[in-house]
Design a protein around this ligand. Structure first.
Ligand code: NAD
Length: 467
């Protein structure tokens, strides 16, 4: 038995079995979590399918009221959700609080959008209209690094557009989603949102389910490829937000002391477990040594620990598998570069890795070429900015990137040459619900957020009338 329940067809129900969610800071259980069987997943999809006709026919203003009510209930329970988020995910409580209230803000943002009928042509001979129709049942699949905010990339636009949803959180961070289910149960009609936790065994079934019309997926590139293959048979709509290996390129006119704290934050927020974390940093040779020293000092001074403890800046890695993967990349980097801060794990329990800075490393080493998704940053020396951009673009990933310089024109020119879904200038990873977000190449397919993100939850339908 568990205090947490699945939400299926408007009812809070037990799973077919339970298994623990582990606090990555203590390796102790947070709670027993109900895990759905495939039969329960099918019930959830059936409930969403049955709820679709009425929900899609509900006036959009009513749907907006529901989104606002969800935002209200998230805010009203913000402290409890944030605490739970820290316990299951590991991030510091301040960051968790920001994520929870950000989630509410994302729900509110989508209430400001509409899906009006667009007149394409109104001439003597004809009138042509573009309508945006809901798709049906959406499968929303979320990873473990930002369980709440990434859910809020999907649910509010899906619901606003008139779709119904089956949400599947990541197996290691399901509790905040299940808590949300409890909170929204009476806000939405039965079946409009269903929430099922699994043991990493139901994603493929959800993707392949014949009654699911679209999969909105955030996760790794390897799993995204499986989703694409699984959706192909029924030609489902898919949006894939996948991995990244964002480069930051710092020009020689930057003051290392001033820029280093921002660069550090861009790389180490959420202990580096951010799809758009800065994952490789190219620094001009003229300021390379000074920048490495500044970053090493910040890393040495960073407070790591249990996210519930006041003063903690960096929490643990979220799970053992990721912990082992990052440690392996650090061991490899020992051979290909020079570790000048961190590189070790503290004695105490928990999946902690000290923030690690690696210098004298370059492209071709695993830490630079692969997505580390952890608190370790390779700092690469370059002499020519165009060459640095070419090296940044050489990655199979293309999620984000940034240029840092006091010369705004030069920075802008280089930004136009970076081949990624987002490019920032003198900042990194600035996300907001009104700014469309998506990846190039192996970083994904399609767009989330903004009006473009909303449109992806609809079918474009043209009505073309003779006059
Ligand atoms: P993951 O791909 O292992 O898992 C993501 C989700 O997919 C989980 O809910 C998992 O249970 C589910 N899943 C597993 N097998 C599946 C299958 N065969 N079909 C469908 N779903 C399946 O990713 P992760 O390790 O949880 O997350 C880390 C990755 O996510 C990193 O690569 C990171 O860059 C990426 N990410 C991307 C973004 C973005 O917006 N681009 C945001 C956050 C994280």
């Amino acid at each position: 038995m568990s205090d947490f329940k699945l939400l299926i067809n408007g009812k809070l129900v037990d799973g077919a079995r339970t298994s623990n969610v582990v606090n990555p800071a203590t390796e102790e259980p947070v709670a027993a979590c109900p895990r759905a069987s495939e039969a329960q997943l099918n019930e959830a999809v059936a409930a969403a399918k049955a709820a679709f006709p009425a929900w899609s026919a509900t006036p959009i203003d009513e749907r907006k009221k529901a989104l606002n009510a969800i935002a209200d209930v998230i805010e009203a329970n913000g402290a409890e959700l944030a605490r739970l988020l820290t316990q299951e995910q590991g991030k510091p409580i301040g960051d968790a609080t920001g994520e929870v209230y950000g989630t509410a803000a994302f729900f509110r943002y989508f209430t400001m959008l509409d899906l009006p009928v667009k007149i394409i042509e109104d001439s003597e001979g004809k009138k042509v209209e573009a309508h945006r129709r809901p798709l049906g049942v959406i499968g929303a699949i979320v990873p473990w690094n930002f369980p709440m905010i990434l859910m809020a990339f999907k649910l509010p636009p899906a619901l606003l557009a008139g779709n119904t949803v089956v949400l599947k959180p990541a197996p290691t961070t399901p509790l905040t989603s299940l808590k949300l289910g409890e909170l929204i149960k009476d806000i939405l009609p039965a079946g409009v949102v269903n929430i099922v936790a699994d043991e990493n065994d139901l994603g493929a079934a959800l993707t392949a389910h014949p009654d699911v019309r679209k999969i909105s997926f955030t996760g790794s590139t390897a799993t995204g490829q499986k989703v694409m293959a699984g959706a192909a048979g029924l030609l489902k709509r898919i949006t894939l937000e996948l991995g990244g290996n964002d480069a930051g390129i710092v020009l020689g006119d930057v003051n290392p002391k001033e820029a280093a704290p921002k660069l550090f934050q861009s790389a180490f927020q959420n202990s580096g477990q951010v799809c758009i974390a800065m994952k490789r940093l190219y620094v001009h040779e003229s300021i390379y040594d000074e920048m490495c020293n500044e970053l090493a000092e910040l890393a040495n001074n960073a407070v790591i620990g249990d996210g519930l403890k006041q003063g903690t800046q960096l929490g643990p890695l979220q799970n053992k598998m990721q912990f082992d993967k990052v440690k392996e990349l650090i061991e490899d980097a020992r051979k290909t570069g020079k570790i000048i801060a961190g590189g070790d794990t503290p004695e105490e329990k928990g999946y902690f890795i000290r923030p690690t800075i690696v210098r004298d490393i370059t492209d071709g080493s695993r830490l630079v070429d692969e997505e580390q998704f952890g608190p370790v940053l390779p700092v690469i020396k370059y002499s020519d900015a165009d060459d640095a951009v070419a090296r940044a673009n050489a990655s199979p990933y293309g999620l984000g990137g940034s240029i840092w310089s006091n010369d705004k024109d030069k920075a802008y020119e280089l930004a136009t040459k970076m081949e990624s879904g987002s490019v920032w200038i003198n900042k990194h990873a600035d996300l907001a619900p009104n700014i469309p977000f998506g990846g190039a190449r192996f970083s994904g397919l399609g767009t989330e957020l903004g009006e473009e993100g909303l449109a992806e939850f609809t079918q474009l339908k043209i009505i073309n009338m003779a006059k």
